[in-house]
Ligand binder design. Structure first.
Ligand code: FVH
Length: 292
């Protein structure tokens, strides 16, 4: 149709849970979409919805200038694209990788005549195509290339460009997810403490969620302190006071029959920092111990 032909054609490689969700949004927005998946049957439903299936990965790549890749990991990207002509293509790789893999993949693409953007997806499949869910993708690589494709890339979820270094999208992605795993560790320890008591976890959940949300505001103070280099700036709860409190947390875990293996590594870092720094500073100095 006239409407479909006015939209940028997209080739999408990878129809796992995420790739399939992305595909549906481009189809719904009227983009001509060519799809490829290692297991071809996963394309069947999308073909029924208007996508073009391809005879193979080379044919799929040939179909559009903009080629979006969403595969399992960096190795699968290399395997899928081995020997494929990428000359003149704009490759957008949404596969989760390390920053070093993203930088190497950008060089690999350039050697094959392709322009390259890397992406880190901050969304799970049900958030794709649902703007109010707040999902987005970090992009890094050449700013001009991002601008050229911004509108098309913004169809599935929001976009956040984080700079020319191809590794920075992956770094932002992994940094946010690492923060999330630290939070999950605390959540699991908290629930474990209650496990043997007559306390309903469902009733406790909103208390925990609200407390974490309030404490999460502390990231702004941490960032300020890191930028200024003054870890005593604006301190509310000093390192000295908090280290003095750690035996209470360890003893409570002991009394509740809960392992301290999640808490102890962080408490050990706090104690090490106190041994070498000002007790009036914040917890921020722990960052110094982590950076080798
Ligand atoms: N799903 C999620 O919640 C997260 C959200 C944040 C971002 N991640 C990353 O997105 C990438 C794709 O994830 P996915 O959810 O689509 O993953 P799967 O459903 O497991 O699909 C994997 C696809 O990769 C294909 N594949 C695997 N190995 C190879 C290979 N050697 N050669 C070619 N393709 C390969 C697989 O094909 P098939 O098994 O159907 O034949 C799927 O298309 C990922 O980086 C997440 O970390 C998702």
């Amino acid at each position: 149709t006239a409407n479909a032909s006015s939209k940028t054609p997209v080739t999408l490689l990878g129809l796992g849970a995420m790739g399939t969700a992305l595909a549906r949004t481009w189809l719904a927005a009227g983009h001509p979409l060519t799809v490829w998946n290692r297991t071809p049957a996963r394309a069947d439903a999308l073909v029924g919805e208007g996508a073009k299936a391809s005879g193979g990965v080379a044919e799929a790549v040939a179909a559009s200038t903009l080629v979006v890749v969403c595969l399992l990991d960096d190795a699968s990207v290399g395997e899928a694209l081995v020997g494929v002509d990428l000359d003149g293509k704009d490759l957008v790789n949404l596969t989760t990788t390390t920053p070093a893999q993203a930088r190497a993949r950008a060089e690999w693409a350039a050697e094959r005549g392709a322009r390259y953007l890397d992406g880190g997806i901050m969304a799970v499949p049900p958030m794709v195509g649902v703007p109010e869910a707040g999902g987005y993708v970090f992009y890094s690589g050449a700013a001009g290339l991002f601008e050229e494709h911004r509108e098309t890339l913004a169809v599935p979820v929001g976009t956040r460009y984080v700079g020319a270094d191809a590794g920075h999208a992956a770094l932002h992605d992994v940094a946010l997810l690492s923060g999330m795993y630290g939070m999950f560790a605390g959540v699991h320890h908290a629930f474990a403490l209650l496990r043997k008591e007559d306390i309903d976890p469902v009733g406790f959940a909103p208390l925990l969620a609200d407390w974490l949300a309030a404490m999460a505001q502390g990231v702004h103070l941490t960032a300020d302190q890191l930028r200024s280099g003054d870890y005593t700036k604006g301190v509310v709860s000093s390192l000295g006071m908090q280290v003095a409190g750690t035996p209470t947390f360890l003893a409570t875990a002991e009394q509740q029959g809960v392992s301290t293996e999640l808490l102890r590594p962080y408490f050990d870092l706090m104690a090490r920092r106190l041994a070498e720094a000002d007790g009036d500073e914040d917890l921020t100095g722990v960052v110094e111990l982590l950076v080798r």
